[in-house]
Design a protein around this ligand. Sequence first.
Ligand SMILES: [Zn+2]
Length: 332
Amino acid sequence: MTQQNNLLGQNHIWMPFFAAIKQGRIAHAYLVQGPSGSTYMDVLRAMAKALLCQEVLGGFCDLCKVCLRVEHGTYADFHVIVPEAGKITLDKVRGVLDMAYQYPMEGSRRVFLIQDPERMNIESANMLLKVLEEPPAGTFFLLGTENSAGVLPTIASRCQAFRLRPLPEQEIQSHLERELGLEPAQAMAIARLADGSLGSARALADADFVERRQQAIGLLGQLLTRADQAFAMEACKSLASECARDRESLIAFVRICLGLLRDAAVLNSGGSFENLIHGDVGTEIQSMARLRPSRFWPLKIELTLDLVRKIRANLNTELVLGNYFLALQDEE
Ligand SMILES: [Zn+2]
């Protein structure tokens, strides 16, 4: 990955951050917020490289030993703290404090990257606060979260805050073509489904997009043609067991379904293939769209958006999916 790829679309972060490094007025702590499925951890890692890279001042080379070791998590003065079983424990934070007051081992700086700082309880947060209030020279904290409202105000107020911006579809599309070598039509379909998040776009692309889209077209078609509860329950079981392995991959699948339902609504209200997210499989969507009248589709789109929210909220996936499939089969 090049620096250019790492920076994509977030210049409002990089310009002040790189300038601060050049001018030697770096804050000791930064809090970066990005939407779920976004690339905020990639951005934080790139910030760590910029703080530690020995080749470039006010940027990073992504080629030197330090950059490579930060990328692979093997640099001795770069520490990544992630929640375990949903928590950042007091012991973990105590470990951070112990290290923070020691001289760096390899260079002149030590960087801590803390994912989801809202996962600390009050006691742990207060312990971290001690070091944020009086940070040792050369020690930097990079905090990243989906939910900055969940971070204790005492912690947040010690950090300079950045928020990731959603990227234009065009930019995501060209990134997918460049980075992953996707065909333009496929890259465009993914970009339109990704809600401005490169992270979501990559997850969709990783999930073997074409195959999963065929799976989604097949599933929706079957659900709409056979009002058969046993089939719906079987489909729901297999998807739910997939979710037990990987929630983001299930969300990627549901987003594909959402795009297909939107396309069916567009075709049903007189739109053409050019207006579709999945224009390259327009004929298949057309056959699906003919199965129901136009008032049907907007209701099912709402239902699908609600499904994404419920999966994200960690509700019982099998139950939530089961209700969704039954409601999808419902003609009203
Ligand atoms: Zn470097």
